[in-house]
Structures are given as C-alpha cells and as structure tokens.
Design a protein around this ligand. Structure first.
Ligand code: SF4
Length: 340
C-alpha cells in the first residue's frame, strides 16, 4: 500500500486521520510543527507524542522529504538546487543571500506552458504540475532552510496555472501549525490568468507580482502569448478594483530588453496603465541564454528608461541579477542536469 506523505499534509486532514484511529486530534498540530517548523524529519526524535501513536502513523505515512539531486554554487553566494520528484519531473530553486534577506525562489511546475519568448523555462515546454509537497520540499530539504526568511514563487512555471497546489503550499507556509512565514514575506508572481487571479484576490494569501513586460497589446502578445486570452489591461483593472489588503503589496515585473520595450512611449503607457495602483515596477535586465536572441540593455538605456518612469511617478527598482553563471538568474531555469 502506498503511504501518504506528511510534507504537503494539511492540518484538518491529519486531525481527521488521528481522530479516526482513536487518538487525540490535537497531536496533529504537534506532529506538523515538528516537520514544518522544527524541520525534524525522523519520527524517532519526536519526544512529545506517544510512541504507539507515532508507530501507527509511521505505518501509513512517510515524511516525504527528498534531497536535491544537484547543487550548484554561484560566485555571488547564491545556490541553485535541482530536484527530481517521484514522477521524474525535474525542477529547480535558487537561494539568494543578501545581508539580512535570504530569499528562496521556488518552482511551481516542471517546465511551463506559457511560452514567454524571453524565458528559458518556457522554451523547454511543460512537463507537469508540482504538488504542494514538491513545492514545500524546496524549502525543507536545503541545509540552511531555517535561515530562509523570504520566498518568491517565481521559479519554473506559472503558479496560477497550478493554483490548487500552490495555494495549498502557501497555506502551509503561512500557517501557525505550518512553517509560520509572514504573508508579506511570500510573493507569488503571475502572468495574470484572470479566472485564477480572481480566486487569489478573493482571499489574498501573500504579496502579488504581475509580469507586465510590455504595456502594448501587440507587443505583449508577441512576447507573452497569454496576452491574447488574458489581456494585461483586464488584469490591471481587476487589481485596481480588488486592492490587496495592507500590508500585502502588489508589484509589476518588467524584463528590460534592449531596443524592444524601453522607449519613452513604453514609459508613458506604463505610467498611464498603473495610475491609481500603489505599486512599484521591478525591472529585470534580461539575462542572456541560448534559447532567445534578445540583448541585455546597456546602463545608459536602462537609466534613461528609469528616469522617464520616475518623472512620470512610477516607482522602480532594479532587480540585481544573481547567479548568471550557473543558469539561475530570472528566466534561465531549465530544470536540466548539468551532466545532460
Ligand atoms: S516567464 Fe514565467 S510564465 Fe513565462 S514561460 Fe517563463 S516560467 Fe513560464
């Protein structure tokens, strides 16, 4: 008989299970805290739950942790982890370390079906959805797991194309019985799938980042095919009409492609589009890879664009590129083994 996994397990489900075997359901919280909070994955080390109950649980559950199959360290201190789940799907996450911030960028799918033209993940096609266990495992399986204080769901895949599993993982990440992350320390990044975004905005579980990349419909459709069925104008209107409750934040992501989307017309159209939304525009200079032929902007082109945006009242930040040499920068994740 195939066992269930504790990683990915929700409190209600485990409480029901424990009640059904005749034990006190309050042990469910204790057990999940050992796994999610204390990061103890050996049931033998648990000392506040009766041994007989733990033995019974062990008959039906594995902890479900799996370690990265490859680890690559970048020159800037960032680390890329490659995983292979039990369905043989490959996916990656990246740990980026700054002074006080240790940010883990996690994947929500193996590959992606959004086919954004500038993105390496899009170029490898879609291999499958990750489960909430696969998503949480990316945090729990790394050596410095407890030092991670920020999670961005911006790795491989479109999170809102796998909403059930992603929202379930966020619930566990933020629950008191789970990993107890603050909601403001997690950001979900999406191209803006309108129906799923409505569901997210009904009860926002974390910060939101929307991939803008161009304010013009034709150009955005060319860069991001999702524009054809889910126009950014509608996405932005939805956010205007359903603002995130404070202190949650919305931001917009903008990959800077030299000679493509950095003109003064772009700056003016972005300012017009984002008017009335308290947000900032996160600019990501394009990271080159073999699957696309764009150019990374030179400093002058980027600074001019930013000055235009700022003069129009758009707050901007530039996302520093990390770990380019290990293929871990934004848009470079391909879920490939180094040896293949
Ligand atoms: S940018 Fe994001 S949504 Fe677009 S193809 Fe890449 S992983 Fe998918």
């Amino acid at each position: 008989m195939q066992k269930n996994n504790l990683i990915g397990c929700d409190i209600e489900w485990l409480e029901d299970y424990i009640s059904n075997i005749g034990a006190d359901k309050r042990y469910a919280i204790k057990l999940l805290r050992w796994v999610y909070r204390k990061r103890i994955f050996d049931l033998g080390l648990i000392n506040d739950i009766p041994r007989a109950l733990l033995d019974e649980i062990a008959k039906n559950f594995d902890v479900g942790l799996f370690y990265p199959s490859e680890i690559l360290a970048g020159n800037d201190g960032s680390v890329k982890y490659l995983y292979q789940n039990d369905k043989n799907m490959l996916f990656e996450s990246v740990l980026m370390r700054a002074e006080k911030r240790n940010t883990l960028c996690v994947s929500s799918q193996s590959g992606c079906r959004m086919c954004c033209k500038f993105c390496m993940t899009g170029s490898i096609g879609f291999k499958g959805n990750l489960t909430s266990r696969d998503i949480l495992n990316q945090l729990l399986a790394i050596p410095k797991s407890k030092e991670v204080n920020r999670i961005v769901i911006m790795g491989m895949g479109e999170p809102l194309d796998n909403s059930d599993e992603v929202l379930s993982a966020i619930r566990i990440l933020t629950a008191d019985w789970g990993c107890a992350f603050g909601k403001t320390n997690i950001t979900l990044s999406s191209v803006g799938i309108i129906d799923e975004l409505k569901r997210f905005l009904d009860a926002p579980p974390c910060n939101l980042a929307i991939s803008l990349h161009s304010p013009f419909r034709d150009e955005r459709s060319d860069l991001m095919p999702i524009e054809k069925s889910n126009p950014i104008k509608e996405v932005v209107n939805l956010i205007k009409n359903n603002p995130l409750p404070k202190p949650l934040r919305v931001s917009f992501e903008y990959v800077a492609l030299s000679g493509v989307n950095l003109s003064s017309n772009h700056a003016m159209a972005i300012a017009e589009m984002l008017k009335g939304i308290p947000c900032h525009l996160n600019i990501i200079p394009w990271n080159s890879h073999e699957s696309a032929k764009f150019k990374t902007p030179k400093d002058e082109e980027l600074q001019l664009f930013i000055a235009q945006l700022n003069s129009l009242g758009v707050l901007t930040t530039i996302r520093k590129s990390m770990a380019n040499e290990i293929g871990a920068a934004c848009g470079q994740m391909a879920g490939r083994k180094k040896s293949t």
